[in-house]
Design a protein around this ligand. Structure first.
Ligand code: FO1
Length: 333
């Protein structure tokens, strides 16, 4: 068996966390540490563009989705928040006319928002705050926010801009988006540990997360895309599009807005091959999209065909394992 690798995953929240759980499982199976964990190191660099202030509380949907999924306490049916939630506080807030009627905070989830906001107000840096929240459970992964700066994603519409959460959760992405911006991101720096993790990684994986509002904000933090391009380890991405539809969520509305077709080949070309100045050494597409592979390969994007649906822990681990193999097979230069 080869030496246990250092693995970095770039990911958003709900869809990304399913993949992260699969990666952790694949690492446990292939490089077991004899105590139920893995000798491999897993670091997840998480999108913070979805973050938002609500009623004085700082919410971090993608960070929390990753923590809850890795801890096994996530609501798998609803897709976000904690399993077995109650919503007494939210009901009272609604009665008071506070918060937003379209955004519900569970009582357990609120514990995390209150703790996070309190620490931030005490001056604790965001990456330490995330580490404290993640320490609530043994996750078997290190979570890093992409940056400590507040760079909430805004959606450009014909009537002006709105916060990504309002567009996504309230309007269900039904208002045509003309683009996405992250005010302040050009002055942001990667959170502590991000560039070091990318430089030390044996494998860097792009989760099948929304390319526009989950992966792009991470890559838009100055220094991160360059660190991926320069990384010693191999870089493999997993398509979030299967047979022309998003695996999850409303990624098609986001792709339309930035002029990328909702298709596995279009997203692969958008990321591009590292040999040609892009980001990937390997691009995993679904069996349903096998017909697209030759065209991708011919245009320099190193595509390979795999079962992409993550139906359970086994299929998630199998996909993660294929992505790991694809990344580890490349020397990255
Ligand atoms: N999504 C919803 O569709 N409705 C909600 O009321 C809602 C509340 C919520 C609270 C905390 C949190 O961390 C996430 C929450 N989400 C909710 C999910 C979230 O807004 C989005 O699905 C993601 O940000 C997009 O990845």
């Amino acid at each position: 068996m080869s030496a246990a690798p250092r693995v970095v995953v770039l990911a958003g929240g709900v869809g990304g966390s399913k993949f992260t759980v699969g990666v952790r499982e694949a690492l446990r199976r292939r490089w077991p540490d004899g105590q139920g964990g893995s000798a491999a190191e897993l670091t997840v660099i998480v999108n913070t563009g979805d973050d938002i202030w609500m009623s004085g509380l700082r919410l971090q949907p993608d960070v929390d989705s990753q923590i809850y999924a890795l801890a096994g306490v996530n609501d798998t049916e609803r897709g976000w928040g904690r399993a077995g939630e109650s919503e007494r506080v939210s009901a009272e807030m609604k009665a008071l006319g506070a918060g937003w009627p379209w955004f519900t905070l569970g009582d357990l989830d609120l514990g995390a928002h209150i703790a996070r906001t309190g620490w931030l107000r005490d001056g604790v840096p965001l990456s330490e705050v995330v580490a404290r929240l993640a320490a609530r459970w043994p996750l078997g992964a290190r979570l890093l926010p992409m940056t400590e700066a507040e760079v909430d994603t805004q959606v450009l519409t014909d009537d002006g801009r709105m916060h990504f959460q309002e567009w996504w959760t309230r309007h269900r992405a039904s208002i045509p988006a003309r683009g996405f911006v992250s005010p302040g991101i050009e002055d942001a720096v990667p959170a502590p540990g991000v560039l070091e993790a990318l430089a030390a990684a044996d494998a860097i994986l792009f989760a099948p997360s929304n390319p526009v509002v989950s992966i792009h904000p991470i890559l838009a933090v100055p220094g991160i895309a360059d660190a991926v391009r320069a990384a010693r380890g191999g870089v493999a991405g997993v398509s979030p599009i299967i047979a022309g539809s998003p695996v999850r969520g409303m990624a098609d509305a986001c792709l339309d807005a930035v002029g990328i077709r909702t298709a596995a080949d279009a997203v692969g070309r958008h990321y591009g091959s590292r040999r040609d100045g892009g980001l990937l050494d390997a691009w995993l597409i679904a069996e349903e999209d096998a017909v697209l592979a030759p065209g991708l390969v011919a245009s320099g994007v190193p595509a390979s065909v795999h079962p992409l649906w993550m139906r359970d822990l086994d299929t998630g681990a199998a996909l993660a394992s294929a992505a790991l193999d694809a990344a580890l097979a490349t020397d990255g230069r």
